[in-house]
Write a protein that binds this ligand. Structure first.
Ligand code: IPD
Ligand code: CA
Ligand code: CA
Ligand code: CA
Length: 280
């Protein structure tokens, strides 16, 4: 019995299987979904593909591990208050699967080919497995706590740039138009003059995976949720990077305002956000 399995059933193998199955299905639905609705705001979208992917993953997880708990984005009422509540209970669970069935729904809806499936398993509040899958590029990012992080079997390492001025960083704009977006606008204003350049790809989980893979030096965003971040945070840490909230406290499942970097630019990034009043 290892920390990563029950009997012979490997948690990581199940997580990978879920991500691959859901991802393949989502890809066939690109440009092909039938129902689009709004959740919390006009920027907050959901399709039957988000819900179908979540159901597929939940069923598969429960086939293998019927006693494990499950937190998926589409199982939570829309809006910051409900997600705050959902995040309160996550630390108490023995085994909890934390799933974003489509991270990058806006991209999916518009046919912009950048989205992912994000699956994490937490044990008593600590993430022990993280998987992010990009079905368009067929890139599978996998981390196990204490065992490193891999993209398609190749070990990942964060990038080596030491200064923001040499850095390519990313951010994103959450669906909460009242608080998170204006806050992130301040951060954008502060960061643009300081960095080599900025990207906003539209999938927080993939941004985190790209920090892990050394393709981005850092990422920050205000107002995210555990399902956006849990898998990606383990990827970054296991690749030698640093993940904290925007004030510098270590990542845990309740963190909503995140800074994830190669470690070397971490303090500088937090300092700039703080100076600009953009830390949330
Ligand atoms: C969103 C994406 C996006 C980020 C938003 C998230 P969703 O997740 O990660 O990049 O900017 O804050 O809500 O709704 O597509 O799963
Ligand atoms: Ca969403
Ligand atoms: Ca998401
Ligand atoms: Ca989602």
């Amino acid at each position: 019995q290892s920390n990563f399995a029950v009997g012979s059933k490997s948690f990581t193998a199940v997580a990978i299987n879920c991500a691959a199955k859901a991802g393949e299905w989502i890809k066939t639905k690109l440009g092909n979904y039938t129902s689009l609705s709004l959740k919390y705001s006009a920027q907050d979208l959901v399709t039957e593909v988000d819900k179908g992917s979540e159901t597929m993953i939940r069923n598969l997880v429960h086939t293998h591990f019927p006693n494990h708990s499950f937190l998926g984005e589409e199982g939570v009422e829309p809006g910051p208050e409900a997600s705050e509540k959902a995040l309160h209970r996550v630390r108490d669970e023995e085994y909890l699967w934390i799933v974003d069935p489509v991270d990058g729904t806006t991209n999916f809806v518009h046919g912009f080919p950048f989205f992912s499936v994000s699956i994490a398993l937490a044990h008593k509040g600590e993430v022990i497995v993280g998987v992010v899958y990009d079905p368009i590029r067929d890139e599978l990012f996998v981390a196990e706590k204490g065992k490193g992080a891999y993209v398609h079997g190749r070990r990942m390492e964060v990038a080596q740039e030491k200064a923001l001025s040499d850095s390519l960083v990313a951010t994103g704009f959450p669906a909460d138009p009242h608080y998170a977006r204006p806050m992130n606008m301040k951060g954008l204003n502060a960061m643009v003059p300081k960095v080599r350049n900025i990207r906003s790809g539209g999938s927080a989980a993939l941004h985190m995976a790209y920090v892990a893979a050394g393709r981005l030096n850092g990422f920050w965003e205000i107002g995210l949720n555990a399902w956006d971040l849990a898998a990606g945070a383990l990827l970054v840490k296991e690749s030698g990077g640093t993940v904290t909230d925007t004030k510098g406290a270590p990542y845990d499942l309740g963190v909503r305002n995140v800074v994830a970097t190669n470690g070397l630019i971490h303090d500088e990034m937090i300092g700039e956000l703080d100076k600009a009043g953009a830390a949330g």
